[in-house]
Design a protein around this ligand. Structure first.
Ligand code: FES
Length: 335
């Protein structure tokens, strides 16, 4: 019979958390590195375009200037930051540091991409921040590289002490040095393997451009001639260029997309291309005749701006239009 006073090893509690956080961030990092549109500043839905839109909708928009100015550098920093957090969490290597990095990334995502999600619990980033904080407070458990390396250096007596957490004090400076050196070696090996994996994933993404995911295809479509992507100074477009179904894409001076479409009564409609769910730039799916958000899948009717499928609840912002001499003019408010 089980001893009622016997407690489950705390390590069991942390493993599912580490596994979920690590796998999810690994997936997110590889998804970014595999998607050629993410680092392509001209692609709708790219890091550069999203940052431009988030500057206006995020409470920390004032701090996004450097990311907006150097999208390639910051896009890569985010992808490789996610990769480092994922590997540290899964392997239990520099566990507390990796978890603290996870808190920082998740809070940044919450204050930018997820800020306008309503109610807040539909956005996952705040939950990730709290989960990483739990791991940062708990530290590495017995089944982690951190503890294994410490145990290997300190011998059996230290192994007993490290069953719950990392030893707070080393018994000798020699032990401490050995642990640091072994951790550095493990970090180097893990980093090398991760860089090889990331390079392979990035190469796959570039060579598979013609076989992109539907979301990536959607982003790219908005930038191809077939998608009637028109950048018009002053937001003008020849009415003949507006397709019978779907929409034509214009680019506002702010860099945000604006879509124009024909309405059922023979008129025209212009809508903001910023999703009302969490502020992602949306694209046009000409085949289905809808505007679609690559972030969480909301779709909108380009003829009215109304939501077809959520999680977005509010229609797209509409802009006044006028037609003269076969040219449609869209009045976009100054930002
Ligand atoms: S930002 Fe969530 S559906 Fe568009």
């Amino acid at each position: 019979m089980r001893d009622p006073g016997r407690q489950l090893d705390p390590v069991v509690y942390l493993l599912p958390l580490r596994g979920y956080l690590g796998v999810t961030y690994l997936y997110a990092a590889f998804q970014k590195l595999h998607d050629p549109a993410f680092l392509d500043a001209s692609a709708s839905g790219s890091f550069a375009v999203q940052t431009a839109a988030l500057k206006h909708s995020s409470p920390i928009g004032f701090a996004l200037g450097p990311a907006h100015g150097h999208p390639l550098v910051f896009g890569l920093l985010i992808a490789f930051g996610e990769l480092a957090v994922a590997l540290g969490t899964l392997l239990g290597l520099w566990t507390r540091l990796a978890a603290a990095g996870g808190v920082a990334l998740a809070l940044t995502f919450y204050l930018t991409v997820s800020w306008n999600t309503d109610p807040y619990y539909l956005g996952s980033d705040l939950g990730f921040a709290v989960a990483f904080l739990t791991l940062a407070l708990a530290g590495p458990s017995r089944w982690s590289l951190d503890t294994w390396l410490a145990t290997a250096s300190k011998g059996q007596a230290a192994a007993v002490r490290s069953e719950e957490f990392l030893p707070r004090r080393s018994s000798s400076s020699g032990d401490s040095r050995r642990v640091v050196l072994k951790r550095a070696a493990a970090t180097g090996i893990t980093g090398g393997v991760a860089m090889l994996g990331a390079a392979a994933v990035g190469k796959l993404g570039r060579s598979g451009r013609s076989a992109q995911s539907p979301q990536a295809q959607l982003r790219s479509n908005a930038n191809t001639p077939n998608a009637t992507n028109v950048t018009a100074p002053g937001l003008e477009i020849a009415t003949a260029s507006i397709p019978a179904t779907g929409a034509a894409r214009l680019t506002a001076p702010s860099g945000d997309p604006v879509f124009v479409a024909r309405t059922a009564d023979g008129g025209y409609k212009a809508c903001s291309g910023i999703c009302t769910h969490a502020g992602c730039p949306i694209g046009v799916d000409q085949a289905k005749g809808v505007l679609a958000c690559p972030c969480h899948g909301s779709t909108f009717d380009p003829r009215s701006g109304a939501v077809i499928n959520g999680p977005a609840k509010d229609p797209l912002m509409a802009f006044p239009v006028s037609v003269a001499g076969g040219v449609l003019r869209v009045q976009v408010p100054k930002t």
